[in-house]
Design a protein around this ligand. Structure first.
Ligand code: EPU
Length: 418
């Protein structure tokens, strides 16, 4: 385990370059096993979740090479082996191997995935979708055995627009016989990025980015080059930081459309922003207005920015409300913010109130998950004194080069072994 140590309250300015999206890359890497030849993926972030997926690819016998941010994966000779529970549990996205291996071999044995503890995180929608495509599922000792004589396209209506289920069902359906329609599909940018990757290999997917995705099954997927889309959650995290303590911070290599819901909230908070084609320049205003935030599926306000946003709301002038509608357990950062001097209160498991502005003081705190960790990094950067964030490995799962990027804009931050 690592800890992050921050000497706070330094004005930050300069440029931050955004990396490839974690939640896209963690789906693209498992999707690569569907290819019958070698694929090349560029702009892959160097984060521990990707290291865990590489470990799975190596275990299955794929050839993986990485030079800088470009990774080449040749899965033409992989074996359909059980992924050890310890590795499967390292991250949530190990479940994309369910859809991919089922599609490739018509059989997969997989343990329940891991990931941040932010709610119950069932996978019933994934399993129901596999069954609709013709698979049979047996569950034994936390392990799923999914088999199919053949997968046949069908109409699948998701009860909830789940990101994971939408991607997993695209993977499972891509080589199925006939046409699959996923309705009430998730619309996040990573859904589009994965569909484009599969289409670059020769798949026939249309409608990604809308609530209805059509997949016409194909027999063979060929070599291709693909790029990971910029990470809109990393983008948003640094936008929130700049809004609190930035002086002309330019965040580069972004797609502004992907952070529209955040831009609109920051405008409401009174943050001046200069939005370019692929960048955004932000300086902190003297006063931040309080906000009401409700998390929603894309293009609504993303749950993954809710916790970083809570840190900003500790600095807003008045009473702010947060309504978290996606995850049941995503407020653990508030306890840590309170230790640093914030005034926050959980009203119900899904609603919290934050009263600001409060001066934050450096303290010893602990990250409970990835975005809670990001919330505490932001808090440490605006606090007086020294903040020590324990369990910082959560943060390294999803923010490439966070210490280097923040150091470059003037932060005093370092990573140490615990
Ligand atoms: N859900 C079900 N059944 C299912 C699947 C989901 O009830 O079969 C429920 C979940 O319990 C939750 C809601 O549907 O209440 C949303 O779940 P979704 O499937 O959309 O989330 P996910 O695929 O597990 C991804 C990201 C999360 C992000 C969510 C929502 C990855 C690897 N993870 O999770 O990212 O919060 O979508 O946008 O893509 C993060 O990056 O910090 C993170 C947690």
């Amino acid at each position: 385990m690592h800890k992050i140590i921050i000497e706070g309250n330094n004005k930050l300015s300069g440029k931050i370059r955004i990396s490839g999206s974690k939640n896209s890359a963690v789906a693209l890497v498992p999707a690569a096993v569907l290819c019958d030849e070698e694929v090349t993926i560029a702009n892959v972030p160097s984060i521990s979740d990707i290291d865990a997926l590489d470990e799975i690819l190596n275990h299955l016998g794929a050839t993986v090479t990485r030079v800088d941010d470009v990774i080449k994966i040749d899965s033409s000779k992989i074996e359909n082996k059980l992924i050890p529970e310890k590795v499967a549990k390292k991250l949530r996205a190990s479940y994309y191997f369910m859809g991919a291996l089922l599609s490739k071999f018509k059989r997969v044995e997989m343990y329940f995935p891991g990931g941040c503890s932010i709610g119950a995180r069932p996978i019933n929608l994934h399993l129901k979708g596999f069954e609709a495509l013709g698979a049979k599922i047996k569950e034994e000792d936390n392990m799923f055995i999914i088999t199919a004589d053949k997968l046949v396209g069908t109409k699948i209506n998701l009860d909830f627009a789940s990101v994971g289920a939408t991607i997993n069902l695209m993977l499972a359906a891509v080589k199925a016989e006939g046409t699959t329609i996923i309705s009430n599909a998730a619309k996040e940018p990573h859904i589009v990025n994965v569909a484009t990757f599969l289409n670059n290999m020769g798949a026939k997917i249309s409608g990604a980015g809308t609530s209805e995705i059509k997949i016409v099954g194909v027999d063979y997927l060929h070599s291709c080059f693909h790029e990971v889309v910029p990470d809109y959650i990393e983008t948003g995290t640094y936008m929130i930081l700049a809004s609190m303590i930035g002086k002309n911070i330019t965040i580069e290599n972004i797609i502004p459309e992907h952070v529209e819901s955040l831009i609109s909230k920051l405008e409401e908070a009174g943050v001046p922003m200069e939005i370019g084609i692929d960048s955004i320049k932000i300086s902190a205003p003297d006063v931040l207005n309080p906000l009401n935030i409700k998390t929603q599926v894309y293009p609504g306000f993303p749950t993954d920015l809710q916790q970083p946003m809570a840190t900003l709301l500790t600095q807003a002038n008045g009473k702010s409300m947060i309504n978290e509608t996606i995850w049941e357990n995503r407020f653990l950062n508030l306890l840590e913010l309170n230790k640093m001097g914030a005034t926050t209160e959980l009203l119900t498991t899904s609603k919290a109130v934050i009263i600001g502005p409060t001066k934050l003081k450096g303290k010893k705190v602990a990250a409970s998950d990835l975005r809670a960790g990001a919330s505490l990094v932001l808090a440490g950067l605006i606090a007086e004194g020294t903040t020590v964030i324990e369990n910082a490995d959560y943060i390294l799962r999803g923010y490439e080069g966070i210490v280097e990027k923040l150091t470059k804009i003037g932060a005093k931050i370092r990573l140490e072994e615990e």
